[in-house]
Ligand binder design. Structure first.
Ligand SMILES: Cc1cc2nc3c(=O)[nH]c(=O)nc-3n(C[C@H](O)[C@H](O)[C@H](O)COP(=O)(O)O)c2cc1C
Length: 317
C-alpha cells in the first residue's frame, strides 16, 4: 500500500510555548520560583528535586548578622493553611556566601537572595555585599520587618519607609531589585506605587498576613510568639486580589505569591497580571510541586495556543 503523508492541520502543529520571562531584567527560563523560607538555602531541597528545572530559587531571608529567630513553637497548622513565626532565623550573609553559595553556583538556575534589615543602612550594606558576588542574579527585599527607627512598625506598612529602603538598595547594587510587599496594610497599591517610584525593578507579593491560633487544651496561644504569618491555600484569594489591584496600577513586572499549589493556581496569578510566581508552603507538602506546575502551565498553553507567558493576562474591561 502506498504510504500517505499526513498533512498537519494548524491545531495539530506541535506548538512549543516559550516559557521564558524577563522580570525587571532578571531573565528566567520559566516563570516558576521557590519562595523564600520554604526551600532553605537550596542545598536542603536540592537533594529532593532537580532545581535546574526551575526558573529560580529565592533563598531564606538573610540579615547582616546571624539571627536566632523566635521562641518555639514556631509552626502551627490550621485547616487551610500554615501559621509560622520563625522570626527570620538565618545564618547571616557571610556564612551564606561562604558555605551555601558555592553549591548553588553549580546549579543551572537563577539564585535570588532575599534580604532583611532593621534600617535603610542595613539593607544597603547587604545589597553592597551581594553586588559583586558571583552566582547571585537578583535581590528580593523583604520589607515586612519591624523598623526600629519607626517604633516597631513594619517598614512595608509605611510608604515612605518602604520607598527609602528601595532607594537605598537600588543605589547599592546593579542587580535587579525585587521588592516583596506585606499584605498587612490598608492599601497595597499605595505601597506598590511608592516602591515603584523609588526604583524597584519588580514587585513580589504577598508575604504572609498575620494570624493566630489557640491550643485549647493548654489554654495558650499555639505559637511561642502568639501571632504568626499565615500561608498556603487560605491566602490565595487575598494574594490574587492584591496582584490584580497592583497590576492594574503600576508598570513594573509582578511576581505573584500566596497559596499556589497547582498549575491552575499559577495560571490564575499569571492571568491576573503576574509575570512569574513563587511557590512556598506547597513545597513543604510536596517538594516537587513546582516542577509539576511548570509542566501543567506548559500543557495549558499548548492546549490553548498561547505562545508566550505575556499572552496570558486577561482583559480588564
Ligand atoms: C516557614 C516559612 C518561612 C518563611 N520565611 C520567609 C523569609 O525568610 N523571607 C520572606 O520574604 N518570606 C518568607 N516566608 C513567606 C513566603 O516566602 C511566602 O511569601 C508566603 O509563605 C506565601 O506563599 P505560600 O502561601 O505559597 O507559602 C516564609 C514562609 C514560611 C511558610
Amino acid at each position: 500500500m502506498k504510504k500517505t503523508t499526513r498533512v498537519k492541520m494548524p491545531q495539530d502543529q506541535d506548538i512549543s510555548p516559550d516559557m521564558s520571562v524577563d522580570v525587571g531584567g532578571l531573565k528566567l527560563k520559566n516563570p516558576v520560583l521557590l519562595a523564600s523560607g520554604t526551600c532553605g538555602y537550596g542545598v536542603e531541597i536540592g537533594d529532593l528535586i532537580d532545581l535546574s528545572a526551575l526558573g529560580g530559587i529565592v533563598v531564606k531571608g538573610l540579615s547582616l548578622k546571624p539571627r536566632q529567630g523566635n521562641p518555639p513553637p514556631r509552626i502551627a497548622e490550621t485547616p487551610c493553611g500554615l501559621l509560622n513565626s520563625i522570626g527570620l532565623e538565618n545564618i547571616g550573609i557571610e556564612a551564606f556566601i561562604r558555605d551555601k553559595l558555592p553549591w548553588l553556583r553549580k546549579i543551572n538556575t537563577r539564585v535570588i537572595v532575599n534580604i532583611l534589615g532593621n534600617s535603610q543602612e542595613e539593607y544597603a550594606s547587604l545589597a553592597r555585599r551581594i553586588d559583586g558576588t558571583d552566582g547571585i542574579d537578583a535581590i528580593e527585599v523583604n520589607i515586612s520587618c519591624p523598623n526600629v527607627l519607626a517604633g516597631g512598625l513594619a517598614i512595608g506598612a509605611d510608604p515612605n519607609a518602604a520607598a527609602g529602603v528601595t532607594r537605598a538598595v537600588k543605589a547599592a547594587t546593579g542587580l535587579p531589585v525585587i521588592v516583596k510587599l506585606s499584605p498587612n496594610v490598608t492599601d497595597i497599591v499605595e505601597i506598590a506605587r511608592a516602591v515603584t517610584a523609588a526604583g524597584a525593578d519588580a514587585i513580589s507579593l504577598i508575604n504572609t498576613p498575620l494570624g493566630m491560633a489557640i491550643d485549647i487544651d493548654k489554654r495558650r496561644p499555639a505559637l511561642g510568639n502568639v501571632v504568626g504569618g499565615l500561608s498556603g491555600p487560605a491566602i490565595k484569594p487575598i494574594a490574587l486580589r492584591m496582584v490584580w489591584q497592583v497590576a492594574g496600577a503600576i508598570d513594573v513586572p509582578i511576581i505573584g505569591i500566596g497559596g499556589i499549589s497547582s498549575a491552575s493556581d499559577a495560571l490564575e496569578f499569571l492571568m491576573a497580571g503576574a509575570s512569574a510566581i513563587e511557590v512556598g508552603t506547597a513545597t513543604l507538602v510536596k517538594p516537587s510541586v513546582a516542577i509539576d506546575i511548570i509542566a501543567g502551565v506548559r500543557d495549558y498553553m499548548k492546549k490553548n495556543n498561547f505562545l508566550r507567558i505575556d499572552d496570558l493576562p486577561i482583559p480588564r474591561d
